[in-house]
Design a protein around this ligand. Structure first.
Ligand SMILES: C[S@@+](CC[C@H](N)C(=O)[O-])C[C@H]1O[C@@H](n2cnc3c(N)ncnc32)[C@H](O)[C@@H]1O
Length: 294
C-alpha cells in the first residue's frame, strides 16, 4: 500500500449495489499490511469487511444499524469485544441515505438522516462514536476511518478535517474513487468534482490517555486584530461599507478597529492610504470606492 491507492476493479466481497460500499481490495491491502488478529466494523453496510476477513482467515465482528447486521447503534449500544483493528466507514452525512432507502424505514439513529444543514451535529456524533470505538481497541491497536469530502452549494464540508483525530496519527491514504454516481454528473463553471476519499489511520499508543485534535469552529474579527496594517484596515472597512463610502462614514467605521486606535491623526492616515494605494479610487470629492482587482 502506498499513500495513494486506486482500485478501478472493485473486487469481490460485500455488495457493489449497496450504495457507498467500499472496495474489498482496500481492506485486503490494509489487513495484509497490519496483520490484525481481530477486526471490528461498526457500520459494515453490505458486509465487505466480513467477506475480506473470511477470505484472509481473520477473526472479525461486524455490526450495522441495518437489522440484517443486528440493528446495532454505534452511538449507544455496547461494543461487543476487544480488537486490534477497527475499520470504520460512516455515512457522509445525508449524501446517501441508508435507513428508508437501502434498508427498512427511516431511523433517527441513522447518521445518514442528519441533513447537511446540521453538519456540526453530524461531526459531534462522529466524534462521540470515535471515542467509544477507541475504548474497544487494545493497546497499539489501530482504527482506520474511511471518509470523504462533500461539496454542496459552493461550500466544502471536509469531514476528515472537521472530525476529531483521536490517538496517534499514523497515516493518511488517499483513495481515488471509481464508479460513484456523481461521476456521471456534468459540471460547469468552476466546480471541481471530488474523486477521492481519505483513509485515516490512527493508533492507540497509550491506554489511559488519548491524544486528540478537536477542531473548534472559530471566527477572526478583523476589527479586533492588533496587527492589521492600515492599508488592509481601510480596505476591509470599505468592503464592509459595500465598496463605496464617504470619508465621514469611513472615519466612523475605522474608529472601531483596534489596530488604528493608537494613531495620533487617524483621519489624515486614512486619507493618505486612499490617495496612495491603487486599490482605492475617488468617485467624487470625499467619496471613495474600491476597485474589484487592484
Ligand atoms: C458508508 S456505509 C458502509 C459501507 C460498507 N463499508 C460497505 O462496503 O458496504 C455506512 C453504514 O453506516 C450505517 N449506520 C448509520 N448510522 C449508524 C449507527 N448509528 N450505528 C451503526 N451503523 C450505522 C448505515 O446503515 C450504512 O450501512
Amino acid at each position: 500500500m502506498k499513500s495513494v491507492v486506486s482500485y478501478p476493479e472493485r473486487g469481490t466481497g460485500g455488495d457493489n449495489k449497496y450504495r457507498g460500499n467500499c472496495s474489498p481490495k482496500l481492506l485486503k491491502d490494509l489487513f495484509e499490511l497490519y496483520n490484525p488478529k481481530k477486526v471490528f466494523d461498526p457500520m459494515c453496510g453490505s458486509g465487505t469487511t466480513r467477506d475480506v476477513c473470511l477470505e484472509l482467515g481473520i477473526d472479525n465482528e461486524v455490526m450495522d444499524l441495518n437489522p440484517q447486521y443486528g440493528g446495532w447503534d454505534a452511538l449507544r449500544d455496547e461494543i461487543p469485544g476487544v480488537y486490534d483493528m477497527i475499520f470504520w466507514h460512516p455515512p457522509y452525512s445525508n449524501i446517501i441515505k441508508y435507513s428508508g432507502n437501502m434498508w427498512g424505514k427511516p431511523d433517527s439513529r441513522d447518521l445518514s438522516q442528519i441533513p447537511l444543514s446540521e453538519y456540526p451535529e453530524f461531526i459531534k456524533k462522529l466524534n462521540l462514536i470515535q471515542k467509544r470505538l477507541f475504548t474497544s481497541l487494545r493497546k497499539n491497536g489501530r482504527i482506520a476511518i474511511l471518509v470523504g469530502d462533500i461539496k454542496k452549494n459552493g461550500r466544502l464540508y471536509s469531514i476528515q478535517r472537521d472530525m476529531a483525530w483521536m490517538g496517534t496519527p499514523e497515516q493518511v491514504v488517499i483513495k481515488t474513487q471509481h464508479n460513484c454516481w456523481s461521476n456521471n454528473n456534468q459540471y460547469n463553471g468552476n466546480f471541481i468534482p471530488i474523486v477521492h476519499e481519505y483513509l485515516i489511520i490512527l493508533k492507540k499508543t497509550s491506554c489511559s490517555i488519548l491524544p486528540c485534535n478537536i477542531s473548534v469552529p472559530a471566527e477572526i474579527n478583523w476589527k479586533m486584530e492588533p496587527r492589521l496594517t492600515w492599508r488592509t484596515a481601510v480596505r476591509v472597512a470599505l468592503e464592509e461599507l459595500g465598496g463605496q463610502a464617504g470619508l465621514t462614514e469611513l472615519y466612523k467605521e475605522l474608529s472601531g478597529y483596534v489596530a488604528t486606535k493608537q494613531h495620533t491623526d487617524p483621519k489624515a492616515k486614512i486619507r493618505e492610504i486612499l490617495q496612495t494605494k491603487p486599490e482605492f479610487y475617488s468617485l467624487k470629492r470625499g467619496i471613495w470606492g474600491l476597485r474589484n482587482v487592484a
